[in-house]
Design a protein around this ligand. Structure first.
Ligand code: ADP
Ligand code: F6P
Length: 323
């Protein structure tokens, strides 16, 4: 006896690499367990437009390696209203769909929470490069985004060393410094600026100057966008430490594209399958995550009302190793 018979899946908010692997897992696990599975095109907007179609095994073939999302994503204002949410629930009911897997960030989770209050069983999967969702160690796409940044910094290092410059690299992460921190440690950056940790620009510049005097031929500064613009950081550095001439690189949406890493594909596959199994068991209004390599289920309310935190041990390690 399964608690759901027909389920749908959608991707919402900013896309992330690995969303396709998650869609594939939801569809294939759903079909494996005897459910009917539907795809919703363009997130909640597609739900309101009744842009819903049946998915079979072949409809998710050849997508595990692709970035972006074959279901496309959207931001939908109408769905923020109670009327919009009621319409969405009615559309699902009119199709006989009783369960919905939402792949997205905090905002998308809130949409799922609203639908569950209107009688639709929902599961949230953490799809965002920012790694800013609580109750999961990793979000789908984060590992790939970090790889993109590390690859870029490797290249920047070459030319910065030749010219004894500092490279200010602005990375994504609206309110969260995880991309900056993880990429910064992995690429040996001298400075990592994140919104969660206050910093003093004079101290940053003094460390840079001291590194210069001890023979460092470049200085890599990773700035999470939540801190501010790379250009502004460059001006402040130039005023305090002109030894290295600064150059700014804004990586932008390149961080959201490209083939997902094996880590992201596997994370997405595990979480997608887990979400389906939990819906079948009758769970609803839950966010799926992975904590200490264990799959976890947490109330969406709790997830969206808890701020994710930065790993301070990792931050201090990055500083220790960057002299
Ligand atoms: P993310 O899911 O990446 O955080 P957004 O915050 O843009 O992205 O949210 C994606 C979509 O989720 C929004 O466009 C909207 O349709 C829906 N959504 C966001 N917040 C809410 C909310 N409080 N109630 C209902 N739906 C919401
Ligand atoms: O939330 C993911 C994210 O890529 C953030 O890092 C960034 O601030 C934002 O989305 C960019 O949004 P958009 O794609 O709408 O420019």
């Amino acid at each position: 006896m399964t608690a759901v018979k027909r389920i749908a899946v959608l991707t919402s908010g900013g896309d992330s690499q690995g969303m396709n692997a998650a869609v594939r897992a939801v569809v294939r696990s759903g079909l494996y367990f005897g459910l009917e599975v539907f795809g919703v095109q363009r997130g909640y907007q597609g739900l309101l437009n009744n842009d819903i179609f049946p998915m079979d095994l072949r409809s998710v073939g050849d997508i595990i390696q692709r970035g972006g999302t074959v279901l496309q994503s959207a931001r939908c204002k109408e769905f923020m209203t109670l009327e919009g949410q009621q319409k969405g629930a009615d559309v699902l009911r009119s199709r006989g769909i009783d369960g919905l897997v939402v792949i997205g960030g905090d905002g998308s989770y809130q949409g799922a929470n609203k639908l569950s209050k209107l009688g639709i069983k929902t599961m949230g999967l953490p799809g965002t490069i920012d790694n800013d969702i609580s109750f999961t160690d990793y979000t789908i796409g984060f590992d790939t985004a970090v790889s993109v940044v590390v690859d870029a910094v490797n290249k920047l290092r070459d030319t910065m060393t030749s010219h004894e410059r500092s490279s200010i690299v602005e990375v994504m992460g609206r309110h969260c410094g995880d991309i900056a921190l993880h990429a910064g440690l992995a690429s040996g950056a001298e400075t990592i600026l994140v919104p969660e940790v206050p910093f003093d620009m004079d101290e940053v510049a003094q460390r840079m100057q001291s590194n210069f005097e001890h023979g460092k031929r470049h200085s890599i500064i990773i700035v999470a966008e939540g801190v501010g613009k790379g250009e502004d950081v460059a001006k402040e550095i130039m005023a305090r430490c002109p030894s290295y001439e600064p150059r700014v690189t804004v990586l932008g949406h390149i961080q959201r594209g490209g083939t997902p890493t094996p880590f992201d594909r596997n994370l997405a596959s595990k979480l997608g399958d887990f979400a389906v199994r939990k819906l079948i068991e009758g769970e609803s209004d839950k966010a799926c995550g992975i904590i200490n390599n264990q799959l976890t289920l947490t109330d969406i309310d709790l997830v969206v009302n808890t701020k994710s935190s930065i790993d301070m041990d990792m931050y201090e390690l990055a500083i220790r190793l960057s002299q």
